[in-house]
Design a protein around this ligand. Structure first.
Ligand SMILES: [Zn+2]
Ligand SMILES: [Zn+2]
Ligand SMILES: [Zn+2]
Length: 91
């Protein structure tokens, strides 16, 4: 976890039986971690790319080259979700 004040490393402190809190190892602030961003309920992660928005089975170069010879292939944006990692559900 990251401290929202100083960007330092935040760790859990105290025994689990006794309401533990988090403490920043840099500035000592309690429970200062950046809250995890919750995805809206209407958001569905793309099943093809697992929500990353990248198609790790193909390389960007394959758009203009038949065979990828890259030492480190760059994943191309996922075709299914258009590189967005998922989509909103219209209810
Ligand atoms: Zn801090
Ligand atoms: Zn390539
Ligand atoms: Zn996708």
């Amino acid at each position: 976890m990251i401290c929202q004040h100083c960007g330092g490393h935040v760790e859990w402190k105290g025994p689990l039986s006794n309401l533990p809190h988090t403490e920043c190892s840099k500035c000592g602030a309690r429970n200062s971690q950046v809250p995890e961003i919750e995805e809206p309920d209407s958001w569905t992660e793309c099943q093809d790319c697992g929500g990353e928005g990248l198609d790790t089975d193909s390389c960007e170069c394959e758009a203009f080259e038949d065979i990828c010879c890259c030492a480190e292939p760059k994943p191309s944006p996922c075709q299914t979700c258009n590189g967005k990692g998922g989509w909103e559900i219209d209810e």
